[in-house]
Structure formats: C-alpha cells, structure tokens
Design a protein around this ligand. Structure first.
Ligand code: HEC
Ligand code: HEC
Ligand code: HEC
Ligand code: HEC
Ligand code: HEC
Ligand code: HEC
Length: 451
C-alpha cells in the first residue's frame, strides 16, 4: 500500500516553501531555453510547484534571497557543483542537504552560466502560468484498496500447489500399480501386494473416484477464484465519497490530467490528488454554475458535493477561512489496482513512452485519436462522470501493446541508454524496415514486469 500520508507531509513542506514565494522579474535569461534545460536535466528530481525528490523550484531565486540572503552567485555554484559548495563549508548548502536527508543532487559541470541563468529565469517566470499557490493545508487523501488481501492470494496458491502435488502423487502410484500388474516376472510378494491392492481397488474405487472428483472441483473453484482475484475489473466503477466528475473537470473545463495526477510523470504511481489540490480552485468555486448537467443531477446536487470538500478541510466559505474543524480525510476507493507481483511504472510510459504510445494508438485508431497519453490506457476519462476501467489491464493487454508499439528512439532517455543497442537492434530486426517495438528492448522479459 502506498503511504499517502507520507506524500501529504511532503506536500505540506512544498506548500510551506511555496508560501514564501512571490512573483518577481528575474529578467536575466531566456525562459524558453531554460524550460528545455530544466526538463532535460532537472525534472527527474524537481518540479516547479511541488516537491519531488528535491524542493519545488518555482521562485527559488526570490525565496533564497529573502530567506537566506543568498544571491544568484550562490545558485550558480550550487547548480554547477553542489558537492564542492558543501565541501567548502557553505552553511545553507549543508543545511538544505541535511533537510533532504542527505539526498545527493547531481552535479552539472557542463551547464554554462548562461544556461543556469536561463533555467533560473524559467523558474522565476515559467511561460505557462502555474495555478495559484496553495495557502493552507487541509486533511490529506486516503485511498482504500479493493477488498482483497495478500493472504487470500497466498492461501489459494498454496492450496493449489498442494492439490497439484497430491494429484501427481496419486498418478504416480497408479502407474506403479499398473506396471506391477503387467510385469510377468513379478516376485511373489509383489503379486500378493498387487492382489491385495486389486481387492482394495475393487472395493473402494468408487470412493477414490469420488475423492478425486471433489478435489478436481475444489481445484477448479480455486483457480476460478484466483483468476477473479487477479482481477479482470474492466468496467469496475465504485461509488466515491465525493461525486467527482472527470467529465466536468477534465472535459468541460479542460483541466489537465497532470494538474491533479502530477506524480504520474515522476514515479511508479499516479496519485489521487489531496484535498489541498481541490482547494486551489474550490476556495473560490463554491457552487456549480456550469451549463452541463448529467441526466438526473441538478445544481443543488453538485453544490452539495462541493460542500463536502469544505467539510473535510474545515473551510468556511462565508468567512473565507479555515475553522480548524476538518473531518476525516477522504477515502477514495481505488479502481485500478494491479496485484503486488506486478511492477508498473507510470513515468516509463508517460515520459519515455509518450510519443511512441500516442503515435501508435492514433495509427491503430484513426477515427478515435487521442491527444493525451493517459487516454491510450485509461480511455476517454474526460468524457466519464464516474471513472471506470477502460481496458482489462491483464498481462495480455500489456504484452499486446509492447509487441505492437514502436519505441521512440529519439527521446532523451532512449537516445542515451540505447545509443549502441539501437544500431545493433536495427540489424537484428530488419523486418518492417528496422522498426523497433518495445519487445525488442526487453518489454516481454518476465523480470521487467514481475518482482
Ligand atoms: C538526482 C536528483 C536531482 C537532480 C537531477 C537535480 N536536483 Fe536539485 N536538488 C536535489 C535535492 C535532493 C535537493 C535538496 C538538497 C540536497 O539534498 O542536496 C536539491 C536542491 C536544489 C536547489 C536548492 C533549492 C533550495 O530550496 O534550497 C536548487 C536551486 C536546485 N536543486 C536546482 C536544480 C537544478 C537547476 C537542476 C537541473 C539542472 C537540479 N537541481 C537537478 C536533487 C536533484
Ligand atoms: C481536478 C482534478 C482531476 C483532474 C483534472 C483529473 N483527475 Fe483523475 N482523479 C481525480 C480524483 C479526485 C480521482 C478519485 C475519484 C475518482 O475515481 O473519480 C481521480 C481518479 C482517476 C483515475 C482512477 C484512479 C483509481 O482509483 O484507479 C484515473 C485513471 C484518472 N483519474 C485519470 C485521469 C485522467 C486520464 C485525467 C485527464 C483526462 C484526469 N484523471 C484528470 C482528480 C482529477
Ligand atoms: C483546476 C481547478 C479545479 C480543481 C483543482 C478542482 N476542481 Fe472541482 N470544479 C472546478 C470547476 C471549474 C468546476 C465547475 C464549476 C462550474 O462550472 O460552475 C468544478 C466542479 C466541481 C464539483 C461539482 C461537479 C462534479 O464534479 O460533481 C465537485 C463535486 C468538485 N468540483 C469537486 C472537486 C474535488 C473533490 C477536487 C479535488 C480532487 C476538485 N474539484 C478539484 C475546478 C476545479
Ligand atoms: C501504458 C498505460 C498507462 C498510461 C499511458 C497511463 N496509465 Fe495510469 N495506470 C495504468 C495502470 C496499469 C495502472 C494500475 C497501476 C497499479 O495498480 O499499480 C494505472 C493507474 C492509474 C491511477 C490510479 C493510481 C495508481 O497509480 O495506481 C491513476 C490516477 C492514473 N493511472 C492516472 C494516469 C494519468 C493521469 C495518466 C497520464 C498522465 C496515466 N495514468 C497514464 C496504466 C497507464
Ligand atoms: C499503450 C501501450 C502500452 C501498454 C498498454 C503498456 N505498455 Fe509498457 N511500455 C510501452 C512503451 C511504448 C514502452 C517503452 C518506453 C520507452 O521508450 O522506454 C514501455 C515500456 C515498459 C517497460 C520497460 C521495458 C524496458 O525494457 O525498459 C515496462 C517494465 C513496462 N512497459 C511494463 C508494462 C506493464 C506492466 C504494462 C501493463 C500493466 C504495460 N507496460 C502496458 C507501452 C505500453
Ligand atoms: C509487459 C509486462 C509483463 C510481462 C513482460 C510479463 N508479465 Fe506476467 N503479468 C503481467 C500483469 C500486468 C499481470 C497481472 C494481470 C492481471 O491482473 O490480470 C501478470 C500476471 C502474471 C501471472 C498470474 C496469472 C495471470 O495470467 O494473470 C503469471 C503466472 C505471470 N504473469 C507470469 C509471467 C511470466 C512467466 C512472464 C515471462 C514469460 C511474464 N509474466 C511476463 C505483466 C507482465
């Protein structure tokens, strides 16, 4: 289970950092170029508006100046070689390193002063305006898993193994008996044994067959149960504690998926946003005035659902302040939930695989093109009032896509890691004019998807 609370705490730190920022004009570099450099070098560990591995970097120039009295000179030194700066005994460099539990930031000796100015310009004035910063915290988000436990799984597996072993043992025994009966040069003792076995068999074979039938039935039931557990949940659509509509948010209001599911970019999981993220907008949006109404729902219904956000966070929309009386965290029911023995990483697909997946999907579905990578797997979430699983999310589904999706060898990740391999693969896979699909880079290896 993912520790949502841990992330929530991280979020609070980021919020604290954000609180102290204020927009200003840094005015020394080229933000466009800075953005490119930032995305290429820094996004593995930093985002603008939230803490990832390192702190949020929006407005870092201002923040360090105000809080620590540090100038851009310091930032140049830090970004170029934070280790050297720490080794020199610099006070804040060592402080921030401690604060982040001694997590090493990479050194960037290759970045020129102009590059760094451009990056800092980008963190000061990102071209696309980032949403309002978050002012106050509320309770975090909890996610409840569907009601399956690991223990059930292990018990089923162990029982299946035991049943299989028993069946094998019975088979071997029977074979032995048959052999003994056929052998003409049987020792006398054996003959006796066979005779007595035959007598026993004649007497009890019905009981034996009955037992085997029961075991077979149990095994079938076990396997069926297990397969159900392994979970083909396509279409699974639980009731959620707040009636949150993706159609209204991502569809009608065109809110970017990653504004709420921002961690999809960076890691293994793509979290459900915390109440703080909701409050970014709902501090000001306290009622529903949209034109779209789902059949059977009205404005009063939606207003009531928005009110639940305030109950959870303890926000008083009249006085526009927090009362400190928030109720428990929201417990969203998880819809997608791979078994624990599967390793699935969002960033591998959302960052490295983005272009490849969109291109391949649009080629296969010319009448149903997608613009956002998420939709290749999750379907048109922006048309769903209630999220449901759009694919069966089985192993066959993963493999099918890996077999048929051509890898984007121009993305930064693959260019770097597969430079030599690429040429080799091109020769190895001359079919399709050297097209390299995910299976060729290891996308069918058991160990890549299974722990
Ligand atoms: C491998 C992860 C990693 C990468 C890549 C990385 N950083 Fe960092 N950065 C960190 C960590 C972790 C910290 C917190 C201090 C520490 O533990 O060293 C940090 C701290 C910082 C700070 C100090 C911020 C503050 O609030 O005091 C700045 C500025 C910074 N990084 C800029 C950058 C820039 C610019 C890039 C890209 C050129 C970059 N970092 C790439 C991990 C990384
Ligand atoms: C305004 C915030 C917001 C936006 C924007 C948003 N989501 Fe969500 N998403 C949520 C919340 C809250 C939930 C949990 C409640 C639910 O399942 O509806 C969720 C749930 C999901 C789930 C199911 C998670 C599970 O439990 O398995 C998927 C998949 C998903 N979102 C994908 C997307 C995609 C794709 C987009 C863009 C088209 C998107 N979301 C845009 C807030 C958002
Ligand atoms: C980027 C801004 C933004 C964020 C973040 C956001 N919302 Fe909304 N929300 C809206 C807008 C815009 C509307 C529609 C208001 C209108 O049309 O009058 C809306 C409407 C709603 C409604 C009524 C319609 C419906 O979906 O049932 C609910 C409930 C709601 N939001 C809950 C949430 C929750 C819960 C979160 C956090 C997970 C959240 N919102 C995050 C902008 C946002
Ligand atoms: C290659 C297919 C694929 C793509 C592309 C993809 N997802 Fe997922 N997503 C999955 C799978 C598989 C799971 C189930 C993961 C699990 O249970 O461990 C999942 C789970 C989720 C969840 C539930 C929480 C979690 O991490 O388990 C959310 C939310 C989500 N995805 C949002 C997104 C968003 C937003 C995007 C686009 C930025 C996206 N996904 C792109 C396959 C994909
Ligand atoms: C829509 C197509 C698609 C689906 C569905 C899909 N993948 Fe992938 N996957 C890709 C692409 C494209 C890449 C290559 C990304 C890159 O360029 O590195 C990839 C790469 C991977 C890798 C890394 C392989 C390597 O050798 O580095 C793993 C592991 C992986 N996927 C696991 C999964 C699992 C598990 C599922 C099912 C739950 C899944 N994928 C479903 C398209 C898909
Ligand atoms: C691209 C990712 C991927 C690769 C490669 C992969 N698996 Fe799987 N496997 C999965 C996923 C996802 C599931 C879970 C399916 C589900 O929940 O329905 C799974 C489930 C299983 C199961 C449970 C039974 C089932 O079919 O649901 C077994 C056993 C298994 N895999 C064995 C293997 C072996 C052996 C290999 C190597 C030949 C392999 N897998 C390669 C993704 C992968």
């Amino acid at each position: 289970m993912i520790s949502w609370r841990k992330h929530y705490r991280k979020g609070l730190i980021a919020i604290g950092l954000l609180l102290s920022t204020s927009a200003s004009i840094y005015g020394q570099g080229d933000a466009k170029n800075g953005e490119k450099l930032f995305k290429a070098n820094c996004t593995a560990c930093h985002a603008l508006d939230k803490q990832v591995v390192g702190p949020a970097l929006k407005g870092v120039v201002d923040r360090l100046k105000k809080e620590q009295g540090l100038d851009t000179d310091w930032l140049h030194k830090w970004i170029k070689n934070n280790k050297e700066l720490r080794a020199s005994g610099d006070k804040y460099a060592n402080e921030v390193f401690e604060k982040f539990n001694k997590t090493e930031m990479q050194v960037f000796p290759n970045l020129s002063d102009k590059d760094i100015d451009d990056i800092l310009e980008y963190t000061t004035n990102p071209p696309e305006p980032v949403k309002d910063t978050i002012k106050t915290g509320g309770p975090g988000t909890n996610v409840a898993a569907p009601q399956n436990s690991n223990t059930t799984n292990s018990v089923v597996i162990i029982s299946l193994l035991a049943i299989a072993a028993l069946l094998v043992w019975i088979l071997l025994k029977l074979r032995q008996l048959v052999k003994m009966g056929q052998d003409e040069e049987l020792a006398e003792s054996n003959a006796k044994q066979v005779k007595s076995f035959s007598e026993i068999y004649a007497k009890y074979h019905l009981v034996g067959k009955g037992l085997i039938a029961i075991i077979a039935l149990l095994a079938t039931y076990g396997i069926w149960n297990w397969l159900m557990w392994i979970g083909v949940y396509k279409g699974y659509k639980p009731d959620q504690p707040i009636y949150f509509s993706h159609k209204i948010h991502a569809g009608e209001n065109k809110i970017d998926c990653q504004l709420c599911h921002s961690s999809a970019k960076y890691g293994k999981v793509s979290e459900i946003p915390s109440m703080n993220v909701c409050m970014n907008c709902h501090r000001t949006i306290s009622e529903y005035n949209g034109k779209y109404l789902e059949p059977g729902k009205d404005k009063a219904f939606y207003d009531g659902e928005i009110k639940k956000i305030y109950e959870h966070t303890g926000w008083d929309p009249e006085k526009q302040q927090y009362t400190g009386k928030g109720t428990s965290p929201v417990e969203w029911t998880r819809i997608h939930n791979m078994p624990d023995f599967v390793y699935f990483n969002h960033s591998q697909h959302v960052i490295a695989g983005e272009k490849a997946i969109i291109n391949s999907f649009n080629k296969k579905n010319p009448d149903n093109k997608i613009d956002v990578v998420c939709k290749a797997c999750h379907g048109k979430i922006d048309t769903m009032n209630v999220v449901q699983m759009a694919n069966d999310f089985t192993m066959g589904w993963c493999i099918e896509c890996h077999r048929t999706t051509e890898v984007d060898m121009t993305n930064g990740y693959n260019k770097e890691y597969f430079k030599n391999l690429h040429e080799k693969l091109k020769k190895q896979y001359p079919k399709d004019g050297g097209k390299i699909t995910v299976d060729a880079i290891g996308g069918l290896e058991c160990g890549k998807c299974h722990y």
